[in-house]
Write a protein that binds this ligand. Sequence first.
Ligand code: ATP
Ligand code: MG
Length: 390
Amino acid sequence: MSASPVITVPRPVLAIQQRLEAAGFETWCVGGAVRDALLEIPQSDVDLATAATPVQVRDLFARTVPVGIAHGTVGVLDPEGVLHEVTTFRRDVTTDGRHAVVEFGVSLDDDLARRDFTINAIAWHPGRREFRDPFNGRADLEAGIVRAVGDPDARFAEDRLRILRAFRFAARFEFEIESATWEAAVRQAPDTMYLSAERVREEWWKGISRACDGLLLARLWEESGVAKVWLPADHTTICHHLDREPLAALASWRQPVEPILRRLKCSAVEIARGRAIDRGPAGPSDVTLLAARRWLAGVEPFANDLLRIHEMRTGVPAPWMAPVVATRLYGHPLHRSDLAVTGSDLIALGLPPGPAIGTMLDALLAHVIDDPDANDRHLLLDRAREALPE
Ligand code: ATP
Ligand code: MG
């Protein structure tokens, strides 16, 4: 972080900010973009916080979208049609730990006070080139600390998702969680059970896919007790590293993964993928082309998941990587559809339509998996003919 940083605000956002100010509404850049700019990492979209009410924002701009009116957020479309979020200064009045009811007509400082962490509660005024940082977020950014705004127990009780957000920011920036914030997170970890599966899933997905250190994220979920609530496991593996691919990262760490994906209400496709990963086998029986073919025939299209999981667990590429890559390069037959004969060919030979066809194709496939050179139409038809009942 430089000594007197200045935040560069993209032109379209600046135009919106200036328009609001010209109409008499104090308007500041807030949230993740200010934090990321101070960290000198590529910025996400800049959010604006304003004294204007949602109605006033809508009146000021030609093209707006009511993205979250109840929370005071209006989307303003710039001339290119890109949406920028403008949110009215607000304060949370009631909350049940999941949903907030907000009040408008409050100050910037009130708005900053309802934000989760000090590093996320810094505002920047592009016109005045001035920061508003009532909780010393810049000092925490400098020191690498995730600290709740105000009393951590109260803030986590208001919204338990903040516990998971703390872990996400810590892993993303390799920051420490300040001790009172961490202790409150541990105390309230069991209460994360009241969160919706969708919000928790999104936090794991976002958290791991953006983590600088995936293992740190896993450790925070585990040591806080949140993993016990949300990621039930029979076994855990101490991994060497965790990739940013959420499902494979989860599967390499906690087994079986399918029940976790069900708990997180993942899609049917993801659950099926998890089941295939659980089933394995994790790799071929030995490091030969023959074993690689047999393994690939059984586990595709999930072989890449299994290869990646092996590497996350051990820290080195699977020893069978080379024969697997070679098998793919050679394009050796692994599936029924790769066979040089089809079911119709077998019917033409006189095999009765029905299950016998599938059985014969599988027998031929097993044969060509063992001997790829045997995947020749004439050879296979001869072989099928020999096997035909007299
Ligand atoms: P990211 O880069 O992941 O988008 P972000 O800090 O921008 O990080 P958002 O979820 O986009 O996170 O939220 C924008 C801002 O809104 C945050 O910086 C924070 O000030 C505030 N905020 C978001 N979620 C919460 C929450 N659950 N409780 C309190 N404040 C929150
Ligand atoms: Mg954001």
